[in-house]
Write a protein that binds this ligand. Sequence first.
Ligand code: HSE
Length: 319
Amino acid sequence: MSARVVDELAGRTVSVRVPATSANLGPGFDTLGLALSLYDELTVTVLDRPGVTVEVHGVGEGEVPTDESNLVAHSIAHVFEHYGIALPGLHLVAHNVIPHGRGLGSSGAAIVSGVMAAKGLLEGVVELDSEQLLARATALEGHPDNVAPALFGGLTIAWVTPSGPQHKKLMVHRGVSPLVFVPEHTMSTALARSLQPESVPHADAIFNVSRSALLVAALVQSPELLLAATEDRLHQNYRASAMPETFRLVTLLREEGYAAVVSGAGPSILVLGSDPVQRLSAARLIEQRSDTPWQALMLAVDFKGATVLTHPVQTPPSL
Ligand code: HSE
């Protein structure tokens, strides 16, 4: 079936803003995620000629592709194709701040940027609701734990059903203050996932079920339980050999009473403070005890998730 050409897309411009995320949060492997107050921004303009061009500023500039193989561009094209609509010529301008390859959801954010841009561009042609946005983003990312918080903000529980991925968004207790430590080196999610065993002991599964249930209560209502609630036996130990310094520092922070976990597939570290003062002492500890430079990001929980703004239609530029 050939794609439908939609003339009213001409001249449309949309702006998108997407938060960084931290997935897993310790025990909630492939399930829990938190949106963080660090944002990638994107503007997409429909051109009067075919083809896709991409301008990247900030993180990834000079490194990521600037043609249709760019992950944001590919994600826009995926949504258009899914709904059988011909992709018009597009110019993308990305301003990125989310570090790449550090476990802070940069590829999830790129995918969500593309899916949200497509939603804005297709306004009045196809209406994408939350379930469809999550379905498209998860189809591109492979698992929903990063894309759900990037789309919806807050703390998200994501699960997969035969009819597609689902999510529940929860508001986080005001006392929870996320602190992220970012190393200079990167980690590939594919490598981290290759270190996971096919099966795990039943006792470890029970251990994680109890901690992840407790974690939801700790994040929403009882931050004083965060240390006990962030224990994990399903992924962090298996991946330790690929990021030894991360593992050493997470262990050290936890011994000192901080609720520290590997952020996503690593190598960044997320500390969930139950008190903003804790963040300063955790940052001092990392400064004293790390072998390599780590950047400390004092962040907040983002409660809004991805936003898209549609600009008034203008004469399509050729660029
Ligand atoms: N849950 C995922 C993992 C997050 O840890 O592999 C990174 O994409």
